[in-house]
Design a binder for this molecule. Structure first.
Ligand code: UT7
Length: 332
């Protein structure tokens, strides 16, 4: 019997309506459109507004669209994995809330926390469940309400992040398409350079942690930039090498949208042209777990069956990795 592959059979997304422009940010902190555009490539980002609204409120909309697009009844879904660093609650898992809101009553669900690499870690985990032959429909979500953990008085972080959600369906196939290969890596020594210090078990919330603004993202941008450039490009190149792919063989680079300069360095290292590089950082900023599925969502109509995609990410932790994906369907 031939090997079972996990094919991506559909993709969907959700972006909140509110557009936070560079212009509006320049009224909040000492920054300007020119600095943000040249240093990051970002022009605007989306923000989820509304009392009591959390990550699951964006994610369930993406999953509803995914179920409709793939003609899937909610009861057929076996598993939902949600990558997020901004769960609705510390527990229960946001994936479980998504399942309840979409009627996926037969699924078991859990979250993955790997910061900006969360979606690629979740995708390879979901693929492994499919390849085992045990499950037939796995929904992989990447969703973050970054605005809930961003300090809008800190110009070094508030210009970067935005909110959003994306989701893909994984199903088994015996064709040579789907998730072909993946390589991941983590390094816990990166903790001090990119993290939200308080709110976990080592620094539970107190008046002091709130006063010291420790419930927000802290990033040593320069250090993270250096690690991101090296490691994301390294793993994208490694997965190509392991699968005998040259720059000409790769149809699309689908890279985490943290900074346009990091994405450019990665595509240079891979030897691929700009027109093969998916990009939505200009409109959405860095949506953490949602960057890669929303890229697939935005570019879906341009993807053809058999296209070679390299997915690559780098994030807090540190975490990083790359996947080789053969696209499984033509535009519908
Ligand atoms: O997604 C997870 C992983 N995260 C990443 O991959 C992000 C990696 N890091 C980065 O993308 C970049 O480091 C940033 C975009 C965060 C910062 O860009 P940079 O080119 O590394 O700037 P910098 O931190 O070296 O700052 C340069 C200057 C500083 O001023 P001085 O010290 O040279 O006078 C900053 O104070 O720019 C200043 N600055 C700003 N100026 C205007 C910092 N933020 C701003 C701002 N507007 N928003």
């Amino acid at each position: 019997m031939s090997k079972i592959h996990a094919a991506i059979t559909g993709v969907a997304g959700y972006m909140p309506d509110y557009v936070l422009t560079n212009q509006e940010l320049s009224t909040m902190v000492d920054t300007n459109d020119e600095w943000i555009t040249t240093r990051t490539g970002i022009k605007e980002r989306r923000i989820l507004k509304g009392e009591g609204k959390g990550t699951s409120d964006m994610a369930y909309k993406a999953v509803n669209e995914l179920l409709a697009k793939t003609n899937t009844q909610p009861e057929e879904v076996d598993l939902i994995i949600c990558a997020t660093v901004t769960p609705d609650h510390v527990f229960p898992a946001t994936a479980n809330l998504i399942a309840a809101k979409t009627g996926c009553v037969n699924a078991f669900n859990y979250d993955i926390g790997a910061a900006c690499s969360g979606f690629i870690y979740a995708l390879s985990s979901g693929a492994t469940f499919i390849e085992s032959g045990r499950y037939k429909k796995v929904v992989v979500v990447g969703a973050d309400k970054m605005s809930s953990i961003i300090d809008y008085t800190d110009r070094t972080t508030c210009i970067i992040f935005g909110d959003g959600a994306g989701a893909v369906m994984l199903e088994p196939t015996e064709e040579e398409v789907g998730i072909i290969d993946f390589m991941h890596k983590s390094d816990g020594n990166g903790v001090e350079f990119l993290r939200m210090k308080a709110g976990g078990s080592s620094y539970p919330a107190t008046h002091d942690t709130v006063e010291n603004r420790e419930h927000y993202v802290f990033q040593d941008g320069k250090t993270v930039f250096k690690f991101a450039v090296t490691n994301m490009a390294d793993y994208a190149a490694k997965i190509m090498e392991r699968n005998n792919l040259t720059g000409d063989d790769v149809d699309w680079l689908v890279a985490h949208q943290a900074n346009k300069r990091i994405i450019d360095a990665t595509s240079n290292r891979m030897g691929i042209n700009d027109e093969k590089v998916m990009m939505n950082i200009e409109r959405y900023g860095n949506t953490t777990s949602a960057t890669i599925p929303t890229l697939l969502w935005d570019y879906e109509s341009q993807l053809k069956k058999g296209d070679n995609l390299v997915l690559a990410a780098f994030g807090g932790g540190f975490t990083w990795g790359a996947l080789y994906v053969k696209w499984a369907y033509d535009p519908k």
